[in-house]
Design a binder for this molecule. Structure first.
Ligand code: NA7
Length: 541
């Protein structure tokens, strides 16, 4: 077997967000050498870049946080139910400092390629300054929502005003005062920024392609007694998260929505609406059209109660299956349309034709704008990985292997055949996207560390997912997805938001708890479904 000293590092990680930082910390604790390369000027990942006004997480702070360290959990105090971007970024900076992570994080450094070298049994990782490093293990911790999508509108280059994408927001404050502002997009990001711009701008025009189902977040400050109890219940919270379907404290109902009377159902929905957050998780909401429609109808009924102009209310009515686009939580979103300085344009009916020097033209009308905000989302799940030229055995790229995203296959969302010693965190076919991502990150990192320790203890140097195991996993992912309504809707989950992207739903829908059980079982059976080698000529199992 080869000593790891022949490589620059045991492991190279891309990205200093929640995933990359915990991976680095865990590797070091386990005695591996590791280096993180991060393209941004500082740590934080998506929370570094998503600094648009109103940016907030819609998973509750008491679980959208690392749970690996009780000490950390006790030391850090979240101020509100849903943490805002500045607070999450401070937290991640605190973690970087507290665990002394910065010395192994190289900032302002973009990785352009990573190639597996079969002769040397290592990865060569190429940096944008023309240099490269080698590592035994390669861990692109790039996240699923980090490749911003600015639609390819004709004329954007000639726009005389300022324009921004929510996911690449500048550090300098953008001043909307006295300005005519346009926002394209009404997903989570658009819905968060719109009410804030409306309060500041002279006029705001929202260009909406698909109205979303709206649920109030009902964000509030956390009171000290609640915080004290939460910290005292650290162990229990951790267990609850790991035993849940969604990696948080939500409790699914264990019955069909039709097992309760109409009155009980309406009461439950009304209570959820008042409490804020997600709607009750009856078992059949995402598999049965009629069950889904009961929730959809309830949420639609709220719109004309809030929005005064009937024509605007009508434009805000969603028609797709409830929850089959990522659920959006909001603060004063619908209320914003009661303001005199806000107008809503349906660009499904009258599509955007081009960006003009003065603003934006739909096939119906031209709108003069000083600032244009793209809240147009991400080339999700595979997009961030495909931006890097990742090549495994025989020089085959990940993009080629996965047919541009048309035929994704992984084993447990953690590894993929033909790419030895590469590990994914919140990768395709993991539960990310439907689960509290921090919970998935922690479980993936802990699985990887356990695996690397096992390899070291057994003097093994190469691990690769086996074809059959991978095929089995991908098949189960597809089958689970095809049994749901999620595949029937155009969303970033299904790839439909990016023109030309192959459709699919490469996320594991069996629930977080089940996922953890399967991952553990694989370990208990001696890494079943993986080939382990001392070196490439000596297969061990
Ligand atoms: P999303 O949820 O993908 O939303 C993007 C929005 O932009 C959505 O309303 C899109 O309409 C709209 N969009 C995208 N392209 C266009 C074009 N070409 N023309 C008009 N409108 C367009 O991204 P977010 O950043 O809001 O949220 C991403 C995730 O981050 C979120 O789900 C949470 O998990 C956190 P569409 O619905 O496609 O018709």
């Amino acid at each position: 077997s080869k000593p790891s000293q022949v490589n620059d590092f045991d492991a190279v990680i891309i990205g200093a967000g929640f995933a990359g930082m915990y991976m680095l910390h865990s590797l070091r604790e386990a005695g591996f050498s590791a280096k993180v390369f991060e393209a941004a000027e500082d740590v934080g990942g998506v929370w570094y870049h998503n600094r648009y006004p109103g940016a907030r997480c819609d998973t509750e702070s008491i679980v959208y946080t690392y749970l690996f360290s009780e000490k950390l959990y006790n030391e850090w105090t979240w101020s509100s139910r849903y943490p805002d971007q500045p607070e999450i970024l401070s937290y991640l900076n605190y973690v970087a400092d507290n665990f002394n992570l910065r010395k192994d994080i190289q900032l302002n450094t973009r990785i352009t390629a990573a190639h597996y070298d079969e002769d040397n049994e290592n990865w060569r990782i190429y940096i944008n300054d023309g240099t490269s490093v080698t590592a035994k293990y390669f861990i692109p911790a790039v996240g699923g929502l980090s490749a911003a999508n600015v639609p390819n509108f004709k004329g954007l280059n000639n726009f005389k005003g300022e324009w921004y994408h929510t996911g690449k927001w500048p550090k300098e404050k953008v001043d909307f005062k006295g300005k005519r502002v346009g926002v394209i997009g009404t997903g989570s990001s658009g819905v968060q920024i719109i009410p804030i711009i409306a309060k500041e701008a002279d006029h705001l025009t929202v260009f909406q392609r698909t109205p979303q189902y709206m649920i109030p977040a009902r964000n509030h400050q956390l009171d000290p007694e609640y915080i004290r109890k939460t910290k005292a219940n650290y162990e229990e919270i951790k267990q609850q998260v790991r035993n849940s379907a969604t990696g948080d404290l939500r409790k699914p109902m264990n019955c069909s929505i039709f097992d309760v009377t109409k009155e009980e159902r309406l009461q439950a929905l009304e209570e959820a609406w008042e409490k804020g957050g997600f709607m009750p998780g009856y078992t059949d909401i995402f598999t049965n059209e009629k069950a889904n429609e009961t929730v959809a109808e309830f949420l639609r009924s709220k719109i004309p109660e809030i929005v005064r102009d009937p024509k605007t209310a009508e434009k805000l009515m969603p028609t797709y299956y409830y929850g089959t686009k990522r659920q959006v939580l909001n603060t004063d979103y619908l209320e914003t349309y009661n303001r005199d300085n806000v107008s809503l344009i349906d660009v499904k009916k009258a599509p955007i034709e081009e960006i003009t020097p003065e603003g934006l033209r739909t096939i119906e009308k031209e709108y003069d704008l000083d600032i244009l905000v793209f809240a147009t989302g991400y080339d999700a799940i595979t997009g961030p990985l495909f931006k890097i030229d990742i090549r495994g055995k025989d020089g085959i790229s990940l993009k080629e292997k996965w047919k541009n995203g048309g035929q994704i296959s992984t084993y447990l969302g953690l590894a993929t055949t033909g790419f030895p010693n590469l590990f994914l965190i919140t990768g395709p076919e993991s539960p990310a996207g439907f689960t509290n991502n921090v919970a998935v990150i922690e479980s993936n990192v802990e699985w990887i560390i356990k695996c690397l320790k096992y390899l070291r203890e057994h003097d093994l140097n190469i691990i690769e997912a086996e074809k059959e195991a991978e095929a089995g996993w991908s098949k189960s992912v597809v089958e689970l997805a095809n049994n749901t309504l999620f595949v029937k809707t155009e969303s970033w989950w299904t790839g439909a938001n990016i023109p030309g992207k192959p459709r699919g739903l490469p996320l594991y829908l069996g629930g977080f708890k089940k996922y953890l059980e399967i991952c553990k079982e694989v370990v208990d059976k001696g890494y079943e479904g993986f080939s382990l080698f001392a070196d490439k000529r000596n297969k061990v199992n």
